[in-house]
Design a protein around this ligand. Structure first.
Ligand code: C2E
Ligand code: CA
Ligand code: CA
Ligand code: CA
Length: 278
């Protein structure tokens, strides 16, 4: 019995340690992921109501040689906690610029690329000036890039946030509120910020057609965006039924598996080229 008790204790501890180990492991490995070339970017097209690609969101992928593919949903929170997100975020911005330059020199037109900017990254006082430097250095137009920030990134000093956003907008960068509807910001607060777009979170989109209450909520979110004077993007659109309803609501842009999964660079270029031939 004593033996059994000890085993129980061990199993319990192992399970607990496993969790802690996991984020410790992620934390350690993340520090080397950039220099070991383990990150890459994929691109998911964003369409207008006519079905044309107007922009694309870039999403980070981490391929670890032993663990294989690790989802950003798993490692971004760890990176955010440890601060490594700042290096990763800079890598993403630089990589997007390199991508745009590469495309330009091969004569390929690319739509604007939307980049996810984490709360910690966005709240760095040097964020805007460093980004302007990068664009200047790489000779990439501000209109080639858009920024996506969550409401969570805006829970800071209001004046500092609106100043930063105003500087970005003045420089020609559009900002979208990501995952709209899942955060806590008040409408009057959002109204005071120089935003361009609002992305309706996929969790709302995917409830379309479930019942009349869910449909009413999606309508309310889209209407809210429009009354704030913003363009509305629906993310996570998977079915024709969802698309039809969103179009009926006057939603401006659409993104999701119905059109395309996030694509590796080469496939993304092929997707754009094929689209232009239609
Ligand atoms: P997000 O910004 O909300 O990105 C959308 C997520 O939904 C992506 O997952 C995308 O692949 C997925 N998605 C797109 N269309 C569909 C669909 O039709 N159905 C479903 N079920 N899912 C769809 P992903 O790539 O795993 O990224 C997860 C989250 O990780 C992102 O959520 C974003 O918060 C974060 N993330 C990704 N890349 C970066 C990055 O470069 N920087 C930062 N800070 N965060 C990133
Ligand atoms: Ca996003
Ligand atoms: Ca989103
Ligand atoms: Ca989302």
């Amino acid at each position: 019995a004593k033996q059994e008790g000890r085993n129980h204790c061990c199993v319990y501890n192992e399970a607990m340690e496993h969790n802690a180990m996991d984020s410790l492991w992620l934390h350690n490995e993340l520090r080397y992921a950039i220099e070991r070339n383990q990150f890459c970017l994929v691109f998911q097209p964003i369409m207008d109501a006519r079905g044309e690609v107007v922009s694309a969101e870039t999403l980070l992928r981490w391929y670890h040689p032993e663990r294989g593919f690790i989802s950003p949903a798993e490692f971004i929170p760890v990176a955010e906690n440890s601060g490594v997100i700042l290096d990763i975020g800079n890598w993403v911005l630089e990589e997007v610029c390199r991508f745009v330059v590469r495309m330009r020199s091969s004569g390929q037109d690319v739509p604007a690329i939307a980049v996810n900017v984490s709360a910690r990254q966005f709240n760095q006082s040097g964020f805007a000036p460093q980004l302007f430097d990068l664009l200047e250095r790489t000779q990439v137009a501000s209109s080639a890039m858009e920024l996506e920030v969550t409401e969570y990134a805006l829970l800071n000093n209001v004046d500092a946030i609106s100043e930063r956003m105003a500087a970005l907008k003045e420089h020609g960068l559009h900002i979208a509120i990501d995952d709209f509807g899942t955060g806590y910001s008040s409408l009057s607060y959002l109204q005071s910020l120089p935003l361009s777009r609002l992305k309706v979170d996929a969790s709302f989109v995917q409830k379309i057609g479930e019942d009349s209450a869910s449909d009413a909520i999606v309508k309310a979110v889209v209407d809210m965006g429009h009354s704030l004077g913003l363009e509305v993007v629906a993310e996570g659109v998977e079915t024709k039924e969802q698309l039809r309803y969103l179009q009926q609501l006057g939603c401006d842009y659409f993104q999701g598996y119905l059109f395309s999964k996030p694509l590796a660079e080469g496939d993304f270029i092929t997707y754009i080229q094929r689209q232009r031939q239609l």
